[in-house]
Design a protein around this ligand. Sequence first.
Ligand code: ADP
Ligand code: MG
Ligand code: MG
Ligand code: MG
Ligand code: MG
Ligand code: MG
Length: 670
Amino acid sequence: MGLLYLGTPLTWEDAKQYADHVRHHGITQFLNIWDRLKDKTGDELLWGDEIEYMVISFDDEKKNAKLSLRQTEILAKLSAIVSDICSECDSSIAVPTFHPEYGRYMLESTPGSPYTGSISDLLIVEQNMRYRRSLARRHLQPNEVPLTFTSFPRLGSPGQFTEPYHDPCDAVSSHSLFLPEEITNPHARFPTLTANIRRRRGSKVAINLPIYFDEKTPRPFVDPTIPWDRTIYPEDPEAKNGAALSDHIYLDAMGFGMGCCCLQLTFQACNVAEARRLYDALIPVGPILLALTAASPIWRGYLADVDCRWNVIAGSVDDRTEEERGLKPLVNDRYKIPKSRYDSVDLYISQSWMNRPEYNDNHLPIDEGIYDRLKAHGIDDLLSKHVAHLFIRDPLVVFSETIDQDDETSNDHFENIQSTNWQTLRFKPPPPNSSIGWRVEFRSMEVQITDYENAAFAVFVVLLSRAILCFNINFYIPISKVDENMERAQERAAVKSRRFFFRKDVFTDGTPFSSRSSSPMNKEKKLLNHFPTPPPPENGSHRKSVEEEYEEMTMNEIMNGKGEDFPGLVGLAAAYLDTLDIDPDELVKLQGYLDLVRRRANGSLLTAATWMRNFVRSHPKYAKDSVVSQEVNYDLMVAVDEIERGVRKAPEFLPEDYSGGNRDAGSIRV
Ligand code: ADP
Ligand code: MG
Ligand code: MG
Ligand code: MG
Ligand code: MG
Ligand code: MG
């Protein structure tokens, strides 16, 4: 979540007076960065992950698993520990960092410094993730555990779901019927974001997830746990006045979305052109990996008919007014805006010949004044549109102390808008006054229960990103089809039952995959950056009609290949591995990661979401009515913790030989 300033946040009424000021100076700051760094090149591959945890507090007597709201104390302790380690250690393992997140029960960790392109770094990713988890784990209370769990099943349910208990009647920022104020990180930024989204929108956010109808779920399903007649906040009647749909699970606050945990990866490119190429290539991969990492089938105490968090977060920060959402004619607002500020990418931005204009087929509202300014400055059409599209949004949090900035040295106003556009990919310009280069962040994945899986998906995406650049892979399909895939990806059991749009011929140089030589190209033990885009092939094969270029494929086909000439995404990652000079035992480890991804895609291993749904449905206390009770949730959380530690086997969704993440932590929680 963006930077945390100390300061006085403005209310929405005050903040909106500064919207044009923030946008104007944000663009000046971007242009200053552009002028200085547009030609920066030769940056090596650096990359890193971000993992989010929720701290669970177990009450074994009452059989309740709750969210521990001790984030502030825990982070203070962890940062003291980390600086102790720093002063003692031999720096053989980069000391990790822990960051706050939206939920007051959440932690985020990153490796202390980014990984390089060396193979040895690829081999320590899992160890580093485990180390971070065990550091966190060792400094919690005996009944607390940091779980990498995407959405807490009983967040906002009746009864006690936080430790300590707080009543939702005090939700002064969100006005939620379900979530107390204390669910939110107390730093001024977070309550202000929450309140300003509500105020800008003109109502509470409203998310309706289809309920999973089980044998005994009442039809129609009208949620008995909604306090329909509460009269504390002016928005309380929204639920009964149409915001809460029957047959759905209704969610009414930012915390339901931003309180989810995910797995993100950031890559540094060699230069801006390579960053734009990588950004584009990963856009169609976003929904595919969302479906494969699906891990959130339970919401507010009910089984949902979806498996992923994405639409919940999109809805949870949807600050668009009724005019912007197209419900009323435009009178006060400037644009009709098709999507929330948290949603899938709307525009491919590479200037490569591969990026045909037809692929950018989404309606794209832009700030025309900003577009003209960027163009007049010499920035090309696509990048100007990209920035002018991000900048249709208002800044939501403005601190009175930082309204006036030095645009030569600061990027705060730019980041204010940039970092509250939460899309599947983020194109990250270098910050001023640093050696950091142009980066791309991959943001769609749900966090996995074990670090083995998190490392596997991270390593897979790293290898895929190198394969894309090295083999000049072309994944372009119309961006509207990527959006369609995003919707499909979230459906229940999408991996098994859905097809997704994908490009048929991903090679651009005319050589069929089957006749490629497998001789290693890169004898170095290093993943490379910088593969210049080759010119278009002369035979004109790129001139097929766009509709002929893609088809609907199964997840198994997309990941594991179809026919002789489409090796699938895992096949591409494996082919890139083949070009490297790697020791056999190292290769076995990396191939193990690819194998996990392969098996999730071919259905021989379940997604976490399917495993959880099965766990609930086969629990002896489950009444087949979609309700995930306190006790079922407790047993699920215990099982997840035991699986992570390797105490409980889960061969349905992990490889047989998975032996647990923190064996040393086995005795911590009995
Ligand atoms: P944000 O929350 O803004 O997305 P974080 O700082 O939490 O970003 O995480 C950024 C990730 O990028 C970390 O894993 C970090 O190791 C990694 N990283 C840091 N510097 C670079 C760099 N120059 N290139 C690529 N990745 C980097
Ligand atoms: Mg985060
Ligand atoms: Mg952040
Ligand atoms: Mg972060
Ligand atoms: Mg991030
Ligand atoms: Mg959407």
